[in-house]
Each structure stands twice: as C-alpha cells, then as structure tokens.
Design a binder for this molecule. Structure first.
Ligand SMILES: Nc1nc2c(ncn2[C@@H]2O[C@H](COP(=O)(O)OP(=O)(O)O)[C@@H](O)[C@H]2O)c(=O)[nH]1
Ligand SMILES: [Mg+2]
Length: 365
C-alpha cells in the first residue's frame, strides 16, 4: 500500500508538473484521510466555481468536477480541497483550516463561502482618502474570524509626501501588526511581498476599488491582466464566461481573486473584534462595574485611559460602532432562524392537517 509520503508526490506528477504540496496540500488534510481512500479517490483543489460544476486542480491535471447529488456548487469555496472518484464526482469536502465567508447584503443573512484554506489576507489601502482606520479594523477582525493572518499593504507611497504618517497610524492598530508601504506599480513591490508568497501558500486580497489590487495581482502572477474574463466550454460544451479565481504566482503561491471577496462582512458573533481591540477589552476588565458602559461610571478604566492619553477616544467610538454592527448581525441571523423555524412548523402542521383530512376522508368512505 502506498504511504502518504509517496502519495504527496516527492516527485512531481508529469502532466501538470506539480505536487499536491505545491497546491497547498499538507498535514491538515492528510489527517482527514483514510489511507485506503487514496487508492480510489483523487484530491483536487477548487480553483473555480460555476453554476453546475466546479473546477479542481489535481497533481496530475485540472478537471471539471460534479458535486454530490443535490449538493449545490455554492456549498464549496474557492481554495477548498475535495476528494473525487474516477468519474470526476466529488465524494467529500475536506474540512478547511480557514474560511473567508461573505454575508449577503441587506437583511438577507445567507452566507457564501468566498475562499478557504487561505494563509494570508492582504488588506490593501492607499496613502490617500481611501485610508480609513475603521475599515482596516473591520478587515482585521474579519481575518481573525476567518483564522487567516493579515498584512496591511499601503500603496501609492510614490504619490504621497508623508507615507510614514499612514504607516504609523496603521501600525498603532494592533501589536505586532505587519504593515508595509509600497508602490504597487514598481517591479520591486513583488519582492517586498515574497515572505508571504512562498510555494504552496495561499493569499487573498481585499480593499476598495482603485487601491492597486489588480496591479499587485498582475505583478505577483506575471500576467498582463490575470483577472479578465475567460471564455470556456462548460461540461455540456456550451461557451460560458467565467473568472478563474485561483492564480499561480511567480513564487509558487496561489492568489485568490473572486469578484465578491471585496464585499466581505463580519459574520455572526465575531470574536475577531475582541482580538483586534484587545487593548480596550483588557481595560474594560479592570472597570469597577462588570456592566460598565465606559461612559460616566465611577472607576471606569477605559475612561481613565482616555484621560491619561493612553487610549484615543476615536478608537473607543470605532469599537462601539463595530460591536453595534456585530450585534445587529447576530440579531438578524437569530430572527431569520426564528422565521425559518416558524415556516418549517407551518409546513409540518399543514402536512399533518392534510394527512388528518385524508384520514377523515377515508374514515368517512
Ligand atoms: N503611482 C501609483 N499608482 C498606483 C499604485 N497602485 C495602483 N496604482 C494605479 O491606480 C489605479 C487603480 O489600480 P488597480 O490595480 O486597478 O486597483 P484595484 O481597483 O484595487 O484593482 C491604476 O491606474 C494603477 O496603475 C501605486 O502604488 N502607485
Ligand atoms: Mg481591480
């Protein structure tokens, strides 16, 4: 029987010229496998999600895969590892080690998996009006929730007289936070990012429009326009326009670029907020009252820190806003679940009622 080591392919497979570890497969996934599964099933990493099929990259080749019966393609995310049988049917999704989730806009609370098995999130902003501490904190909390490391990239340093003032503000957000200023158009920008772009690592990028994400993506992948739509034949031979969502970088890393990833929002019960604002959480634990609102209560450690100039009042405001948003999210999710349950009960009792009516009908016959 073949060992995991053999299987992971110390020698790269001939056709695609890559091993599973080049694709990001590691111990987190081998632990989830039964050894005999490797004899009949093939692991693929999902690089693209279409309406009825997904595209999977394997060590040997890239193939179009079918999802299990009645499972929609939306149950998978770009970056997922799956096992497929010899008919290209997915049999199982392996549990990802990180997941960036998008909550749909408005009051709808359905969730969408944007990208999984991401190692680093590049949070991109520029040395100009786009720079916004509240937005950065939100993205940092998101990355914490997704269990992804984050790096703040501040572009357009070449167009700014004092880029250091932006870098310092961003560095002040969290202890040990990686912050880097760069000119995305400069070819050396890519070298600056190489510590996070090692072989088999997966990177995702977020940030507003115009901050340089496409420029960075093109630099990292060496392509003219890696994000343009490509026309392809789908499983039924029709032409469809799709976006490839997982791009190989020149260093052997993978870059996720899905159209919706820029609309990431905090999801239910964010613990990321507490981690990003651990300075305030720590202060709050030292207030006299457990339910201190940090307004005018006596012996409030948060207000004391503001008075001592150790905490900026703006940061307290941003923390409150983000928490309020998180509470609204949690409430709307709870409400929607209540509605779903009520609807389920209604359907169930309607079915029971119709069964009873049928019964009465039969009794009457
Ligand atoms: N001078 C300069 N221009 C940049 C920089 N980053 C992006 N740009 C320009 O800003 C515009 C928007 O960049 P783009 O990569 O499309 O941003 P995206 O919307 O985030 O994908 C383009 O004209 C880029 O050439 C930078 O660091 N310095
Ligand atoms: Mg772009």
């Amino acid at each position: 029987m073949m060992s995991f080591e053999d299987f992971l392919g110390k020698a790269p497979a001939p056709k695609a010229g890559r091993s599973l570890s080049d694709l990001g497969f590691g111990s987190h996934f081998t632990r989830q496998l039964e050894l005999d599964e490797l004899e009949t099933l093939t692991p693929y990493r999902i690089s693209e999600i279409q309406r009825s099929v997904v595209v999977g990259m394997g060590a040997a080749e890239t193939r179009t895969l079918r999802t299990p019966h009645k499972v929609p393609t939306s149950a998978f995310g770009v970056g997922d590892w799956v096992l497929a049988d010899h008919t290209d049917q997915i049999t199982r999704r392996l549990d990802p080690y990180s997941a960036l989730i998008r909550r749909a806009a408005g009051t709808d609370v359905s969730e969408q998996i944007m990208a999984t098995n991401v190692d680093v999130l590049f949070i991109v902003t520029s040395c100009n009006d786009d720079f916004n501490l509240a937005r950065l904190e939100r993205f940092l909390a998101l990355a914490k929730d997704a269990e992804v490391d984050s790096v703040i990239l501040i572009t357009k340093v070449d167009l700014c007289d004092e880029p250091d003032s932006y870098l310092d503000q961003a560095r002040g957000l969290m202890k040990g936070l990686e912050v880097m200023g760069l000119n995305a158009k400069d070819e050396h920008a890519v070298e600056q990012l190489s510590p996070w772009c090692r072989r088999g690592k997966t990177i995702a990028m977020v940030g507003s429009s115009g901050v340089g994400k496409t420029t960075l993506l093109n630099g990292l992948t060496g392509r003219e326009d890696a994000t343009r739509a490509i026309r392809e034949d789908d499983a039924k031979g029709r032409h469809t326009t799709t976006y490839r969502s997982l791009h190989p970088t020149l260093n052997g890393a993978w870059l996720v670029d899905t159209p919706g990833i820029r609309a990431l929002r905090l999801h239910e019960k964010s613990t990321g907020i507490e981690q990003v604002f651990d300075d305030i959480v720590d202060l709050a634990s030292r207030c006299k009252f457990n339910d201190c609102q940090h307004e005018s209560e006596p012996k409030c450690a948060v207000q004391a820190a503001i008075e001592a100039g150790e905490l900026e009042p703006e940061r307290l405001d941003r923390w409150r806003k983000l928490q309020a948003e998180d509470n609204r999210n949690s409430e709307s999710i709870a409400e929607s679940r209540k509605r779903t349950r009520a609807f389920g009960k209604m359907v169930k009792s309607a079915i029971q009622e119709s069964e009873r009516a049928k019964g009465r009908h039969r009794d009457g016959d």
